[in-house]
Ligand binder design. Sequence first.
Ligand code: FES
Length: 178
Amino acid sequence: MTRYEFLKSAGFTGASLMALLSCVKTDDSYVEALVQNPDGTTSTGSSGATGTTGTTGNGAVTTADKSFFISNEALNKLTAKVKIDLPSATYSKLKTVGGYVIVSNTYVVALSKTGKFIAAKVTCSHEPKKRIVYSNEEWYCTEHGARFSLAGKGLNSNGRKGLTIYNTATDGNTLIIY
Ligand code: FES
């Protein structure tokens, strides 16, 4: 019986199983090849999740989509309102789809489901509260619940005045809002 089979038979599943398996010695090649699929099942070998390529096994984007990147030369031609150093730990949440950060107390920047960086004003149009966040492919105000599309269109009565949206561009290292 392998360590994997033993742990499964002992009742370990999901995250707890994966946590235990991550503690194995590097020479345990069977366990090293074990991957957890997006649907929660596990498999071995080369099939299943492909975390290093930025997609899940079903093709959904999990990290920034490189097809949106432009050259450093093209980036430098744009007039940036603000520049973000993507490798910096300060912006580590932008490495994962659904993550967002507040920049300069003015912008909310997120990595959308499509793998594209998006940006909006952090100040709500309902009242001047800096409470806009990115949530479920929308901009959302945590103060009174205003909802806005990613294009800034109001989706409920508190959001009826819309939200200011900004352009973004990146070469993969620097992200600019312009
Ligand atoms: S301040 Fe944003 S909904 Fe009221």
